[in-house]
Unconditional design. Structure first.
Length: 130
């Protein structure tokens, strides 16, 4: 995704990942604001990566569902957007996360929630939920 929507990995801690991205004109929709899919992708990436920090090596954390609420439009004039993904709960097979997308002035542009699955490879190359 980083080739399509460039972002920088700011920090990685157990249960929390921070990304930064700069909105670009090429992501504008016909209304002249950044398309919601840009922000949804960043939130999904941050939450999914946060979930991944909770797994043993070799584990995967594919998204089961994600929901996003938009609060402020984003334009190229918004400047860098900091996206934080945090794990709220780590169960045996699911990981619940939340994400926040904020401007440098800490104004909330979007909030997301996500459920990821805890998946580990099975012998023979297939994958299964934990």
């Amino acid at each position: 995704m980083n080739d399509v929507i460039p972002f920088e990995l700011v920090s990685v801690n157990e249960g929390e990942v921070k990304l930064a991205a700069v909105p670009e004109t090429r992501f504008h929709n016909p209304m002249g604001i950044v398309h919601g899919g840009w922000l949804m992708t960043l939130l999904d990436s941050a939450m999914g990566l946060a979930a991944l920090t909770m797994l043993d090596p070799g584990g995967l954390a594919p998204t089961h569902e994600t929901a996003v609420k938009f609060f402020r439009p984003i334009t190229v004039g918004s400047g860098p957007i900091l996206v934080t993904g945090r794990v709220l709960s780590r169960g045996r097979t699911t990981i619940a996360c939340e994400g926040r997308a904020e401007s440098a002035e800490a104004k909330l542009h979007g909030h997301g929630t996500s459920t990821c699955m805890a998946v580990y490879p099975k012998p023979g190359g297939t994958r299964t939920a934990e």
